[in-house]
Design a protein around this ligand. Sequence first.
Ligand code: PGA
Length: 247
Amino acid sequence: MKLNIAQNEQKISQLVADEIENLIKRKPDAVLGLATGSTPIPVYQELIRRHQAGRIDFSQVRTFNLDEYYGLDRSHDQSYYQFMQTHLFSHINIQEDNIHIPSGQPADVEAYCREYEAEMERAGGVDLQLLGIGHNGHIGFNEPAKELHPGTHLVRLKPTTIEANARFFTSIEQVPTQAITMGMQNILKAKRILLLATGRDKAEIIHKLIHTGITTDIPASFLKLHDNVGIFVDEEAGSLVASCATS
Ligand code: PGA
């Protein structure tokens, strides 16, 4: 893992958008793995700016999102489908058929999860995966647990995750308690992975991630098994990390 400490989230969004722009120039039908949450929003804003400036053409780009709340219809204003429409897709020239976000209401969860993975395989796999990180070290909705799942699966959310996400709902009771998420192997198969963290409240988990070994208590620590991971943090999220480079 290569740790990059940038001055602020604007700097991070430029660095990450540079990678995405270069990838799409090199491979116009690149497969992007996308994330929701507050952290990637400035990256999406930067991608929109570059698209509007004529620098990035998304017409052939394919995307696969990490996760979706289980039980929410995609028209629900807090579904990740709506999140992606609002923050990225409705502002760029991506084709609807090229967008993949797990359904929150599959008829047969197991069959649906296998099909989502098969679709990723048919697309040739993810070229570049964007990740945020939960305060508890989750990536996607792979929560700390005794065992982690390799494949796409239905997961029960941790109370801390439900609390963290309650800010988007009218009350904590409204927050779904389960989600469909890509599993650890799905994420680790991406050719390049960029994990982003911003703000002082992510400093502890970034410190733990950098200084602890591989443990299911911190699902993000499995990224240490991948040889092409960039971690981008701002000065606040990086404030507890002693050195600027790690392996
Ligand atoms: P956040 O969420 O970007 O809203 O902090 C990150 C995550 O839970 O993966």
